[in-house]
Design a binder for this molecule. Structure first.
Ligand SMILES: NC(=O)c1ccc[n+]([C@@H]2O[C@H](COP(=O)([O-])OP(=O)(O)OC[C@H]3O[C@@H](n4cnc5c(N)ncnc54)[C@H](OP(=O)(O)O)[C@@H]3O)[C@@H](O)[C@H]2O)c1
Length: 261
């Protein structure tokens, strides 16, 4: 029987810290918010859909009363800056920025059939949203001289197959953006790392993958199962915590052995 993730993982150094999680309202981001809250972190939960944000914030407040809603479209610079101002006013400068907002759009199509709208949407929602979020929050973190950042790639940004090319290009861009930032910000006391999951079963992916398809996919994973949101949350907490104090610029494949680098 393949081993399932066990959360919460306890990192005492996280207690009392502040985190912004973009894409925190659902799926992997929501699991990460809950894992942070269980470690005593005050979490600002971002997403676009207010009702999903409210549901997640409500669940977090049962374990950490200082959780807050931070709605914004992260592909919109002025919306991100307004969200940043609300987070700073309510919780202060985040110790952790978890930039997970994004996602794929549909099945792969031949390159010449990629529409400009799909291309721009993938780049905006994944790569540009990461850029805008980090650009907005970094000045405060640099001034304070500490912090840890987690970005979100995908197996689609590691392997040139199985995911739409625009999504893969956006996620590969996030990996290189992570390395640039890690290089630049190390002297400022800020670490920047990336998590790169393969197929993770969220509410959304469960809907798009019938059980027979999940069954077929399992064979591609040496560990014999698809991922759970808590698998990614656990890897993210490790990268945020001081347990990884001498690690920066890495991409951690949370992929059941399907991606090895
Ligand atoms: N699940 C997987 O198999 C898998 C594998 C590899 C990588 N990933 C990556 O992991 C991240 C989370 O994926 P998930 O599967 O957990 O997806 P999900 O359940 O669909 O959640 C996506 C989250 O991102 C938010 N979001 C998307 N675009 C946004 C934007 N422009 N501004 C603000 N929030 C935005 C969504 O908020 P709204 O619903 O309000 O829009 C939601 O909170 C994504 O970056 C995805 O590419 C997922």
């Amino acid at each position: 029987m393949p081993t399932q993730p066990s959360i919460p993982t306890l990192y005492p150094d996280l207690q009392g810290k502040v985190a912004l999680v973009t894409g925190g309202s659902r799926g992997i981001g929501a699991a990460t918010c809950m894992a942070l809250a269980r470690n005593g972190v005050k979490v600002a939960v971002n997403g676009r859909d207010q009702s999903a944000i409210d549901t997640t914030v409500g669940a977090l407040r049962a374990v950490q009363p200082d959780a807050m809603a931070a709605p914004a479209d992260c592909a919109d610079a002025s919306a991100v800056e307004a969200m940043r101002d609300r987070v700073l006013a309510q919780l202060g400068v985040p110790d952790f920025v978890v930039s997970f907002a994004g996602g794929g759009t549909g099945r792969p199509v031949p390159f010449v059939q990629i529409s400009e709208a799909d291309w721009r949407s993938s780049i905006d929602n994944n790569l540009t949203s990461t850029f805008l979020t980090l650009r907005a929050f970094l000045p405060g973190m640099i001034e304070r001289g500490t912090g840890s950042i987690a970005t979100m790639a995908s197996a689609g940004g590691r392997i040139a197959q199985g995911a739409p090319a625009a999504y893969g290009a956006a996620k590969a861009g996030i990996i290189m953006l992570t390395r640039h930032l890690a290089n630049e910000l190390g002297p400022n006391g800020i670490r920047v790392n990336c998590v790169s999951p393969s197929a993770v079963l969220t509410e959304r992916t469960r809907q798009s993958m019938p059980e027979e398809q999940q069954q077929r996919m399992r064979a591609a994973f040496p560990l014999g199962r698809l991922g759970q949101p808590d698998d990614v949350a656990a890897a993210t907490l490790f990268l945020l915590s001081s347990a990884s104090a001498w690690i920066t610029g890495v991409t951690l494949d949370v992929a059941g052995g399907r991606v090895m680098s």
